[in-house]
Design a protein around this ligand. Sequence first.
Ligand SMILES: [Mg+2]
Length: 381
Amino acid sequence: MSRIPLTDPLVIEHLRVVLIESPIRMARRQGVGDVKGTVKRVLLRLTTREGIVGWGEAAPWEVFTGTAEGAFSALDTYLRPLILGRSARSVRALAADLDRALTGHTDAKAAVEMALFDILGRAAGLPVAELLGGRVRDRIPLSFSVADPDFDADLARMHAMTAEGHRLFKVKTGVKSHTEDLAHLEAMRAAFGERIDLRVDYNQALAPFGALRTLRDVEVFRPTFIEQPVARRHLDAMADLTAALDTPILADESCFNAADALEVVRRRAADAVSVKLMKCGGMLKAQALMAIAETAGLPGYGGTLWEGGIALAAGTQLIAATPGISLGCEFYMPHHVLTEDVLEARVPVEAGDVVVPQAPGLGITVSEAAIRENARVLAEA
Ligand SMILES: [Mg+2]
């Protein structure tokens, strides 16, 4: 480890971690796990010796990467001693040390990395996208997930959203019966025709046995991609479906990180990948994953678990600076699902696109008052 000069103003002197629970507006049925009422996540605030503050957020989902309580404990108990006294200049070196000290907990590690980049950006007066190679896009098409148990409510929402300029909709299939899924896809095409870019996500719901026949029925409705039709471990079945179907297959649960991407490419198990900071453990790791995918000709999609505004700002900066993540993003939580967020102003959405913030760091301002007023603080340290 390189020695940090005593005068380095970017040394992390204070670490605060808050476990919060936020109300959400609608029930979500997503196949692998249902969510109703509230979501939990962990906010991380790092403060340097000279008082520069950086924010991070761990937003796990227990069926994907782990629990919010686990992320809180990882940050408070296991990672805190490795972070305090280190410089925000050493993002890669610190990330390697965190990986050596604690296995898994990619969500907690992503929170640390985004707080470090937030500090670096604020210190340099540059948005994080510019620290990641510079922006290649200013706007990111926003996809909304159609996952309300009440399909009519979703259809009404889609009418309102298309009127505002939204085009991308991802239907959570495989939760209801196949007959219902087909009826809903038909209803959406009948209502919106080709004005919408329709995608479907099975969240691993199908058994390999019979999956091809099911998906051939779905192809009739011309989805842009079919996401994770079968279980994460069934890479051979993913490869068979990728070869057999005209519609591209997108790997989500089958592709957490760069090593998974290598395996997906080697086995031709997908045509595209979903990139999530919570799965891979940070923006630099997401860029490493995308380097493999893009070299093999696989585009990326900006996926999420249950992130609020801080982690989604980091995702926005990442996609702005990563050419291969070209299939849009699903960063709709603060605008459409969370009743309140912890930011003073949400990252703007205009005509169905997320507009990449230009301000230094993550480009957002976190409101301590909003944390107190809008979220329930379950634990803090
Ligand atoms: Mg998915």
